[in-house]
Design a protein around this ligand. Structure first.
Ligand code: PRP
Length: 200
């Protein structure tokens, strides 16, 4: 039941339809499977945005693997110069000697990924690579390496396939751009909304 309000009214257009995502995920999985044959693969998703991508990616991977998730929060997205990232310690699995594939939904400024690469390195894995669905290259503030990239995307507010706006729209099976008027002028709202405007 809905309250009669069109809950998709804030969407501008679909950028990456379901079929396009499915095909690209299949291609990424084939490349990863070829590279990780015979290795001890641990797929490590970054909560929350990666959960849909991880679910589809691992089901397309024809090789043995384990799945885990970690949580990272960044501060200073408003100032865009701080980029301080903290990780939730309790979720980290044992990485020693593992071949870790870190999976992200999107790389924006690059601060989160840069920090997570440092965190991973000090936990002693045998190897680390990054698989990221979307890359907003023009917003990069720190250089990062992404070994497996789905799509380069324009600097628009994107939702769906794990990406949210103030917690909403993560479950859309496609990636869509949000109408500018949906998030502009929301200064009175929560800091979560403001954070999400900086980088979804
Ligand atoms: C998003 C995304 C990355 C990060 C990228 O997460 O999932 O982790 O931002 O931004 P950066 O390159 O500027 O560091 P977000 O903080 O929106 O959390 P979420 O995954 O829970 O939505």
């Amino acid at each position: 039941m809905t309250d009669g309000v069109d809950w998709l009214a804030d969407l501008d257009r679909v950028l990456l339809p379901e079929s396009v995502l499915r095909q690209r995920v299949r291609e990424l999985a084939q490349a990863i499977a070829a590279d990780y044959a015979g290795k001890d693969l641990l797929v490590l998703g970054v909560l929350t945005g990666s959960f849909v991508f991880v679910a589809d990616l691992v089901r397309a991977l024809d090789l043995p693997l384990e799945v885990g998730f970690i949580s990272a929060s960044s501060y200073g997205k408003q100032s865009a110069s701080n980029g301080q990232v903290t990780v939730l310690e309790g979720l980290w699995p044992e990485l020693s000697g593992r071949d870790v594939l870190l999976v992200e939904d999107i790389v924006d400024s690059g601060h989160t990924l840069a920090h997570l690469r440092q965190e991973l390195a000090r936990r002693g894995p045998r190897s680390v690579a990054v698989c990221c669905l979307l890359d907003k290259t023009e917003r990069r503030e720190v250089p990062v390496t992404v070994e497996y990239l789905g799509f380069s995307v324009p600097n628009e507010f994107l939702v769906g396939y794990g990406l949210d706006y103030a917690g909403r729209f993560r479950h859309l099976p496609y990636v869509a751009a949000l109408k500018a008027e949906a998030y502009q002028g929301k200064d009175e709202q929560s800091s979560e909304v403001l954070d999400d405007v900086g980088a979804e």
